[in-house]
Design a protein around this ligand. Structure first.
Ligand code: SAM
Length: 282
């Protein structure tokens, strides 16, 4: 391998992916974007030097951030996705026939356009689905200005650098809370706490002030190196984090969705936290 992509997210720990072929590289209005092929991970999207998604392991991240809140909710009709320009989250959300509207607020239209061109294996035809409403805007402004209400809000953000930094702040989370429908749930991308523990602590500090139920769940996503990734969970419906396996299974089977990672048992187990993550939430 002659060319390497070096991820520079963590100050004292860089990882490298071999580049077979660069499909596209550009400076968008908001960030540096590169799409390349790697022998192990397949096609990779990176923004500002950080891997966003890969063809081979995206199913873990997208299934766990979409199906866990939607199946816990049980009757989600309106779903809001913040970020998620690669379209993988949108595709997963739209697999739920009960979802009537999937609104996606993405700041960078170039990410969407290039994902439609190069990452069809990830987004499929989600952007052409009649239930999709794509809004090109800053997620913070959207949640603080809209008068729409959502049953599930999914924050599929970049890490807290560049345009994504504001998606980890109190103004954003407060806006999300104000556009959640009664009994709704907010889930967030909270990085790999072994190397980004302060991000999880920051989110949970705000969630505890805003929500009656504030917690996180986890999954191991190979491209996000450093151990389990965590997903923040905030809701005023305290029963949503405790839905039993039998009820989840009934909903999952009724949905008729085929998954590669999500099962009702994985869903339940994901809320069991090792002490090193549990402590970061306090
Ligand atoms: N799965 C990825 C991860 O864990 O890193 C995130 C993928 S998705 C590509 C992240 C998207 O968030 C990007 O397309 C980026 O443009 C978008 N984004 C960043 N800041 C934003 C903001 N303030 N409002 C809306 N979208 C934003």
């Amino acid at each position: 391998m002659n060319d390497w992509f070096e991820e520079t997210l963590h100050p004292g720990f860089h990882s490298r992916l071999g580049i077979e072929q660069v499909l596209h590289e550009t400076k968008t209005e908001h960030q540096h974007l590169v799409i390349f092929d790697n022998p192990e991970f397949g096609r990779v999207l990176a923004l500002d030097g950080v891997v966003q998604t890969t063809e081979r392991d995206e199913f873990i991240y997208h299934e766990m951030l979409a199906h866990v809140p939607i199946l816990a909710h049980g009757s989600a009709k309106n779903v809001l996705i913040i970020g998620g320009g690669d379209g993988g989250m949108l595709e997963e959300v739209l697999k739920h026939r009960g979802v009537e509207a999937a609104v996606q607020v993405e700041i960078d239209d170039t990410v969407v356009e290039l994902s439609k061109r190069y990452l069809r294996a990830i987004c499929g035809d989600a952007y052409e689905d009649p239930r999709t409403e794509l809004v090109i805007a800053d997620g913070v402004e959207f949640v603080n200005q809209t008068d729409r209400r959502f049953d599930v809000i999914i924050v599929d953000s970049t890490d807290p650098i560049g345009p994504g930094e504001v998606l980890f702040g109190e103004r954003f989370y407060g806006g999300c809370k104000s556009c959640l429908a009664d009994g709704g749930v907010l889930v967030t991308q909270n990085g790999v706490p072994f190397v980004q523990g302060e991000g999880l602590t920051g989110t949970l500090t705000v969630f505890r002030k805003l929500f009656q139920s504030a917690s996180c769940y986890r999954a191991g996503v190979p491209a996000y190196i450093g151990g389990d990734m965590t997903f923040g969970w905030g809701s005023d419906n305290t029963s949503l984090a405790d839905v039993g396996v039998a009820a989840l299974r009934a909903r999952f089977e009724a949905a008729g969705i085929v998954t590669e990672y999500y099962t009702p048992e994985m869903h339940k187990g994901a809320f069991a936290l090792p002490p090193y993550i549990d402590r970061l939430m306090k």
